[in-house]
Design a protein around this ligand. Structure first.
Ligand code: ATP
Length: 262
């Protein structure tokens, strides 16, 4: 299976070692889950892919997009890749949406900047995207501001913006954590469907193994800066090898791993 994004022995040091040799491969059409408790280094790993680590971070290892090494690229080169080939959605959709600009303004600006389309063509594409992510009355929605939508709809809009330029890779960091449980399933199903229909390689970062079990094809579990276990979803959930993974699974409601034994 060909990989589109390859993280190889990644290290991140910010005053102390925080990511300690992480390797992961992302494949088109597949969702790679990255689980682990708070502080285990999941977010730093995904920020490294986007070149968004703090300036004082020192990195080692390799991150390749196709055949291109992207770890350590200059900001200008990275800007060309970010948004266009690698896109991201965050836990709080408001952080990717400008509060004072209409949704249409934000989507069409993004499309025009990256794809060089004219105003009318960009607006058509924006409406199509909103329809695809199931925002109701897509053409009306273009004229509205982010605060006029629910949290779930704002996350759908953030996903539409992320996908506007047909990226190869989507990094989703806790995309449903801030949402009501009832809304979460719909967003996860959307990410699942988009991965399949657009051949998108997704890195899904979450501390919630319940979320993982719903959509990820492969799961890696991080602890203290390292991947302690990685397998396809069925294998990992059926026979977790690592005590730490068993502990995480035991924390799930209704788990058969309660008590720590497999
Ligand atoms: N800018 C920074 N300077 C110093 N330490 C940092 C910085 N950013 C993160 N860290 C530390 O790095 C470790 C890993 O953080 P990271 O955000 O990657 O964890 P995480 O697994 O994503 O957890 P969470 O789910 O809480 O976001 C934590 O101990 C955190 O305190």
């Amino acid at each position: 299976m060909s990989d589109i994004l390859t993280i190889d022995d990644l290290t991140v040091d910010i005053g102390r070692p925080l990511v300690k040799g992480v390797s992961l491969e992302l494949h088109p059409g597949r969702i790679q889950g990255l689980a682990g408790e708070s502080g285990s280094g999941k977010t730093l790993t995904s920020l490294a892919v986007l070149g968004l680590l703090p300036r004082n971070a020192r990195t080692g290892g390799s991150i390749r997009l196709g055949d291109t090494e992207i770890l350590g690229l200059r900001r200008r080169e990275l800007n060309r890749i970010r948004g266009r080939r690698i896109a991201m959605v965050f836990q709080d959709p408001s952080s990717s949406l400008h509060p004072q600009l209409t949704v249409g303004h934000q989507l069409t600006d993004h499309i025009r900047t990256h794809l060089g389309l004219g105003r009318a063509a960009a607006r058509d594409r924006a409406a199509e995207l909103l329809e695809r992510v199931n925002v109701p009355s897509a053409s009306d929605a273009l004229g509205r501001y982010p605060h006029q939508f629910s949290g779930g709809q704002r996350q759908r809009i953030a996903i539409a913006i992320a996908l506007a330029c047909d990226p190869d890779v989507l990094l989703a960091d806790e995309p449903t954590t801030a949402l009501d449980v009832t809304v979460q399933a719909g967003i996860l199903q959307l990410v699942r469907d988009l991965a399949t229909e657009r051949n998108l390689a997704v890195l899904l970062v979450t501390h919630d193994l319940g979320v993982m079990s719903a959509v990820a094809d492969d799961v890696a579990v991080m602890r203290d800066g390292r991947v302690v276990e990685a397998a396809d979803r069925e294998t990992l959930f059926a026979s977790p090898q690592h005590e730490y993974t068993r502990g995480l699974l035991a924390a799930l409601p209704g788990s058969r791993f309660e008590g720590g034994g497999a």
